[in-house]
Design a binder for this molecule. Structure first.
Ligand code: SF4
Length: 415
């Protein structure tokens, strides 16, 4: 079969990579400078944005090595039985593309994933080869994120971590039953075994570098994973519990949640509709509650309804506070940090600022107002030098009083 031109293969393999959310690409408006107007474009094929370990936002060339695959995961557009146009790069072609984009200043790194061709080991070797050539032959110092194939030999997964800044292995679905039904070629024990191997290698490399300055680094950006939301029957409680387990067992840097989106030529076992995007957002907020606000997974689950689903109209922190009203109001002049972090509308930064300010003076409601987007949301849950809510938390209509008129995408992190 004759090979498609490079440009066409780039279009196919960049498009095929867009379903992977684990590089944290950000959505934006479409703009181009075609026709000589302005400069720059947000439509560059395969360019996405990610956050580097030091917090910088960087542009990545995000592509697949190939969208051929011998597996048949029902939710995946690249599955064996899917009727899509197929394409493939050689490792050298990916290297050349990366360097060409890099020299033109379009990107600062590479996010490389792949369907499985021939075997998991063969595919993994090809992915590693790209990273090796970039690092060893071109002294490439940009960011490299490699998706690793859990079924590959653990030694190959280890090699990937020696060249890449970050490695990720997708758990794909929140439950073992969902994985068995929708990804029959995959196995939860194999996936977790690979994650465990990466986690151990990261710890060992860090330890070695404490003793020997020149010991090799291993995936200094850590490992991450992705879960598809809404393709199986898993509830938000199931998902949050699973994430917490993964963070704890494998020291993951991030769990990404990707709302299942119906794909062309979809398998009949999949739902016809995608879940609301807001569901994905509520899961990210829950994830933040566990990582930065001291919430246990059981507490996030307590914010969910009896069906295990988080409310969509209010954020999970507010849902939790409304359910556990006896924990409020919290005195901003005396309460410990942990209690302040539970107050709806107060973010980590706002709480830090309140703790610093109260060393100087007794805080009033207006001091809190300067640190939050919505004082109306915070007020029923706090006590200040000049404010105490009178029976507010007992009101039957409190939810209606504090819920945003339109669910706000940034409400949890705004303060
Ligand atoms: S192994 Fe990966 S590329 Fe292949 S069908 Fe499954 S999800 Fe898609």
């Amino acid at each position: 079969m004759s090979q498609l031109p490079l440009q066409e293969r780039l279009a196919i393999l960049a498009d095929a990579a867009k379903y992977d959310a684990s590089c944290a690409s950000s959505g934006t408006a479409k703009r181009t400078s075609r026709g000589g107007k302005g400069i720059g474009s947000t439509e560059g094929m395969g360019i996405c944005h990610a956050y580097a370990p030091d917090g910088r936002c960087i542009s990545l060339l995000k592509i697949l090595l190939t969208n051929h695959c011998v597996f048949d995961c029902h939710y995946c557009i690249n599955r064996k039985s899917s009727n899509v146009r197929r394409a493939r790069f050689t490792p050298q072609e990916v290297v050349d593309l990366t360097l060409a984009f890099y020299r033109r200043n379009y990107i600062e790194g590479l996010f490389l994933s792949s369907g499985i061709v021939k075997s998991s080991n063969h595919t993994m070797e090809q992915l590693i080869e790209v990273a090796r050539i970039l690092r060893e032959e071109h002294d490439f110092r940009g960011y490299i994120h490699l998706k690793t194939i859990p079924e590959a030999d653990p030694e190959l997964v280890r090699q990937a971590g020696l060249w890449a800044d970050r490695v990720s292995i997708n758990v794909e679905l929140p439950t073992a039953a969902g994985l068995t039904r929708l990804a029959p070629d995959k196995n939860i024990a194999t996936i977790e075994g690979a994650m465990g191997g990466v986690s151990q290698a990261i710890v060992e490399a860090k330890d070695a570098r404490r003793h020997f300055r020149h010991a090799p680094r291993f995936a200094p950006g850590g490992q991450s994973t992705q879960m598809i939301v809404g393709a199986d029957g898993a509830s938000d409680t199931d998902i949050v519990t699973r994430s917490s387990l993964l963070y704890g067992r494998f020291g993951l840097r991030r769990v990404y949640y990707s709302a299942f989106s119906p794909i062309p030529d979809a398998s009949a076992v999949l739902p016809l509709k995608r879940p609301p995007l807001l569901r994905e957002h509520r899961l990210y907020q829950s994830d933040w509650l566990m990582r930065f606000y001291g919430f246990a997974p059981g507490e996030v689950a307590a914010a969910a309804g009896s069906d295990g689903m988080l409310p969509l109209d209010i954020d999970p922190k507010l849902a939790w506070a409304l359910r556990f009203r006896e924990r409020f109001p919290v005195d901003v002049n005396r309460a410990p940090r942990e209690a302040l972090l539970r107050v709806p509308g107060l973010g980590v930064r706002a709480v830090g600022a309140l703790l610093a300010a109260r060393r100087q003076r007794r805080l009033r409601l207006e001091d809190v107002g300067r640190l939050t987007v919505s004082l109306a949301k915070v007020r029923p849950f706090i006590v200040t030098a000049d404010w105490r809510p009178t029976l507010l938390t007992d009101r039957a209509d409190l939810r209606a009083l504090v819920a945003p008129a339109q669910p706000d995408q940034l409400e949890l992190f705004a303060a």
